[in-house]
Design a binder for this molecule. Sequence first.
Ligand code: HEM
Length: 203
Amino acid sequence: MFAEGNTTFVLIAAHSGEQFNQTLPYLLIATALIVGLYVVLTIARARRVEPKSKWSPWEWAVYAVTLVSVGILAATSFGAVLSVGVLSGWALLAHMVGAGMFVFVLPVLAITWCEPSRFDLRRYGQRGPTGPERFYWFPKLTFWLLLSAGWVVAMTMLVSMIPWMGTDELESMLEVHRWSGLVVVAAAALHISAMVMQRIGKR
Ligand code: HEM
């Protein structure tokens, strides 16, 4: 009976994600191309770089745990979707390990990184020295994208665990989960590239 239920679950998940599964390879390639284009344009247009304030070891640690959890979540889910078409078995278990890390670290990331990633509009109209900022506009933008899509990706699954929705609503939540997960991964990839550009002094 359990095996039967499991098969039904796998079939529903596979069917509801058909469009996502078909477009995923192209979207991942597009993401890689956008990252490549961003890196090339940033290096080509590199000019005098504004000094940036330093990161604390705590900020480094939070960022590293976030990236590791996003890496686990992306590898387990996209790997399973691309190879067998559906996330199940050991890959799903590993996805849950990444999910635990991600749900724990996301609020910590928000608290730790919100302040340096703030768009301080008062700075832009100001003349004279304003003190070093931690990030320029692009990592700030991708940080907020990562944070908001990360909130959606976690909430779609956490809310689905409360028994108040039917099959159709749960399928819709899973669909939103898939697409917002892709946005998290794309935002994280762009954010890392922006961080690398800052570290090597190109921005
Ligand atoms: C970067 C973050 C994430 C990405 C890229 C991601 C991606 C995905 C994708 C693509 C699927 C669908 C696989 C399929 O079609 O079979 C999926 C399923 C799932 N994800 Fe995530 N996910 C992320 C974060 C999370 C988090 C934070 C949780 C838990 C709070 C979670 C829990 C689940 C569960 C339980 C499923 C299976 C749902 C089902 O098939 O009914 N994921 N994830």
